[in-house]
Design a protein around this ligand. Structure first.
Ligand SMILES: *Cc1c(COP(=O)(O)O)cnc(C)c1O
Length: 427
């Protein structure tokens, strides 16, 4: 499609957008009595209007039933989390028994490493991406030290080549092969949080398995954003937070995937009563009898008030389905890219460098833009003018036009504000 940088053209794309009605199902912060242009759904998704209904339902059940709510609530609390397995499994390409929700993301990655990082004298190394999200780096270091290894020699980061912004698949694969028998675990992001690069999880998993390693993924920026086939790709385990693309609310619960091939294994785990089979859970027996499936990794009884808005959101995703979201995502991201190039061409002396891969197979709903020469003052101008984006050192803004609730006209308006901002700062 040939794009145009005009309001009429953007409105026309909105007219044709089969998801356009969903915009009204979310609550936007207001700026001068208008919706902000929201580019940070990759950090905290907007609140779906329906979320409050789900929370109120739990509050009412608690008021009316108190402890009896565990079994007699509208949606009983003792197995509330089981409601996620079916819809979430469709979103991430898994079987329902492979999915559970619990805790928060870094906590779950730690717990999954208890099961899946089993270093030995000869096989103990971990491969991860250079500049992984800081929480993941702290997790790797503390896990490795917990097992008594030296992180310098154990954690192997796949680096970007000089002058390049993204990691090459061939460099990941050749490092996996090179480490070979010493490699215990590959744990990568599905989508890099900084550049928005999407990794080829299927190929990475095959390569890791070929040398006898376990392969897991942190899907913080992937769940609800890209097409996933966790089961078919034969990934051993994965976890994601739900408050980014999945719109579940600040700091909310994490989803976990554990491939069914591990459900009957003797993997060690840190156990708790909620992982025990339901029928015996309240007999309070001494012996732990795990549920066969990802639910067997549960520990505590769940924070129902926080799961409620997550459930609301998961059901919305299941209703729309990933294919429609991905179709719009590709088009609106391409439109944003076009607008950035247009503004760049219109104004003397600016240069935006989009460091996210240009190829649609290697990116999703995020463009990370390096602002040569502009910098922090331009970012501040955007925020002051109702464009919510975020800033990452040294000079990068991340723009995520989330397909669920952003419009093509938002992209056009953003371009105009950006242009005014640059012009006013240049004068
Ligand atoms: C957002 C994010 C996290 C955050 O972890 P929490 O435990 O939910 O605070 C971790 N890893 C990655 C890659 C992220 O993008």
């Amino acid at each position: 499609m040939t794009f145009k940088n005009t309001r009429e053209f953007a409105q026309q794309l909105d007219q044709q957008d089969e998801l356009k009605h969903y915009r009204d199902e979310f609550i936007f912060p207001q700026h001068n009595e208008k919706n902000v242009i929201y580019f940070t759904g990759n950090s905290l998704g907007l609140q779906p209007k329906i979320a409050k209904t789900y929370v109120d339902e739990v509050m009412n059940d608690w008021a009316n039933l108190a402890v009896e709510g565990h079994f007699y609530a509208e949606k009983p609390w003792w197995d509330y989390h089981e409601r996620f397995a079916e819809p979430l499994s469709k979103i991430v390409g898994a079987k329902p028994a492979e999915i559970t929700v619990m805790n928060t993301l870094t906590v779950n990655l730690h717990l999954l490493m208890v099961s899946f990082y089993r270093p030995t004298k000869t096989r103990y190394k971990i491969i991860c991406e250079e500049k992984a999200f800081p929480s993941d780096q702290y997790m790797f270091q503390s896990q490795v030290e917990h097992h008594g290894y030296d992180s310098k020699d154990t954690i192997i980061e796949i680096k970007r080549r000089d002058g390049e912004h993204n990691i090459r698949l061939e460099d990941i694969l050749s490092k996996i092969e090179e480490i070979g028998d010493e490699l215990a675990l590959v744990l990568f992001g599905g989508v890099n949080y900084y550049t928005g690069q999407v990794f080829d999880m299927k190929t990475i998993t095959e390569a890791g398995h070929k040398v006898g390693a376990i392969v897991g993924f942190d899907l913080a920026h992937a769940a609800g954003n890209i097409e996933l086939h966790l089961h078919d790709w034969n990934i051993d385990f994965a976890a994601w937070c739900s408050y980014k693309y999945m719109n579940s609310g600040p700091g909310n619960a994490s989803g976990c995937f554990i491939h069914e091939k591990h459900h009957n294994s003797n993997l060690p785990r840190f156990a708790g009563w909620w992982g025990n089979i339901k029928e015996n859970r309240f007999k309070m027996e001494q012996k732990f009898n795990p549920i066969i499936g990802a639910d067997g990794w549960q520990i505590s009884n769940l924070p129902i008030l926080s799961l409620a808005p997550y459930l609301a959101s998961v059901e919305m995703f299941a209703k729309v389905g990933m294919p429609k979201l991905i179709k719009k995502r590709n088009q609106i991201t391409a439109y944003l890219e076009f607008i950035l190039h247009e503004i760049d061409n219109e104004i003397e002396g600016t240069e935006f460098e989009i460091i996210t891969p240009g190829n649609q197979d290697e990116r999703a709903c995020q463009l990370s833009v390096f602002l040569h020469g502009q910098g922090r003052s331009l970012f501040d101008y955007l925020i002051k003018n109702g464009v919510i984006t975020d800033w990452r050192e040294p000079n990068v803004i991340r723009l995520a036009p989330v397909p669920f609730y952003t419009s093509y006209e938002d992209m056009y308006n953003f371009g105009q504000i950006l242009k005014e901002g640059i012009q006013s700062l240049n004068n």
